[in-house]
Design a protein around this ligand. Structure first.
Ligand SMILES: [Zn+2]
Length: 114
């Protein structure tokens, strides 16, 4: 009977291991989603620090904020190039993309061209 007991034990171990693998996967996915929450908080902290920097407050993070400002400038330059290629401009009031030949913004009605 020892043989059959061993077979049973072996079979159960495989099932348990399978359950463990599923449980580990579930737990790891929960851990990752909790880590994502922390990242979101880090982003919030960063945004608050940068907002303060943008309004002229100094902090220990001025150097990093300066780097963010440089990246923002680059994004603005690239966005301007894209708008130029699309023959479009940004509405000075709402920021919506408007065709250059348009007189009024289709979103807010602001006069964008003479
Ligand atoms: Zn507008």
């Amino acid at each position: 009977m020892a043989f059959f007991d061993d077979v049973k034990k072996f079979g159960r171990n495989i099932t348990d291991k399978g359950k463990d693998v599923i449980e580990i996967t579930k737990l790891n996915s929960q851990i990752n989603s909790e880590k994502d929450k922390i990242k979101d908080f880090y982003v919030k902290i960063g945004e608050e620090v940068y907002k303060a920097y943008a309004t002229g407050q100094t902090s220990n993070y001025d150097e990093i904020c300066g780097q963010i400002k440089q990246v923002e400038d680059t994004i603005n330059e690239l966005t301007a190039k894209v708008l130029e290629l699309k023959n479009a401009a940004k509405c000075p009031n709402c920021g919506a993309e408007v065709a250059k030949e348009t007189t009024f913004c289709s979103k807010c009605g602001t006069k964008v061209n003479e």
